[in-house]
Structure formats: C-alpha cells, structure tokens
Design a protein around this ligand. Sequence first.
Ligand SMILES: [Fe+2]
Ligand SMILES: [Fe+2]
Length: 149
Amino acid sequence: MRREPLPLDKIRARHHALHQQIRALEQLLEQREEPDEARVREALVLFEGFEPMLEEHFAVEERGGYFSDVLKVAPRFTRWATRLERNHGDFRARLQRLLELAHNAVDAPDKWSKVISGVAEFLQKLKEHEAEENDLVRAAFMDDLAPGD
Ligand SMILES: [Fe+2]
Ligand SMILES: [Fe+2]
C-alpha cells in the first residue's frame, strides 16, 4: 500500500503558512476607518516582513520543494509547472516596486489609497498563483494515486 502523499502535505503546510500572512495583511487593508500614519507604518512593517517570507517560499519551490516532486510523478505537467515557476520573477519585481512605493508614501497621505489598492491587487494575484499551484499538485498526485497506477 502506498503511503506517500507526504510531499503533498508539505506543500499544503507551506501554502497554509503563507496564506495566513496574506490574511493578516488583507485584514489590515480591509479596516474601514480612515488610515492614519501609525497604521500605515504598521502596515509597512508587516509588508516588509512579508517580503523575506515570500522570497523563502519561492526559493524553496524553485529548489525543488514541489516542482520536482510534481514533475517526478507527472512529467506531463512540465509546461504548467514551468509557467508557474516563471511567475515568481514577476511577483518579485512587483513586490519591490510596491515596497518602494509604500516607503515613499508613509508621509504622503494622498498616496495611501494607491498603495493600498496596489497591495490588495498583488495579494489577489498571489492567491491565484497559489491556488493554481495547489490545482497542479492535486492533479499530479491524484493521477498518481489513481487505481491501476
Ligand atoms: Fe509559487
Ligand atoms: Fe506557492
């Protein structure tokens, strides 16, 4: 009997951890009251802390955290996996731009709404990326675990 969905659990756990960070940021952004400078600074600190975490998340995936696990069991998904992996570069560049924008906006309340919508859009795209990775992993491992395999 096969007892191997371990890589899948690892991937799920990593995605769950990242998702919690995303939620924390979103909750901060969703607060309805007018933002004041203290809250903007708090958001910036949280957002700055998010960067190394995301970088680590991407780096682990690229080092073979799941791409290689997926491709080992389902090499036919190579193109899908490669495309997702390449998206990391866009996210990195976008995040750098957003961080710069956020830094420059701390003392400029007229720019806050632009930063907030930029971060919200970034998080939305990132969630879509993560969801697609989960789909890929699920497809790869479901096929692998299908009867007759
Ligand atoms: Fe990824
Ligand atoms: Fe991921």
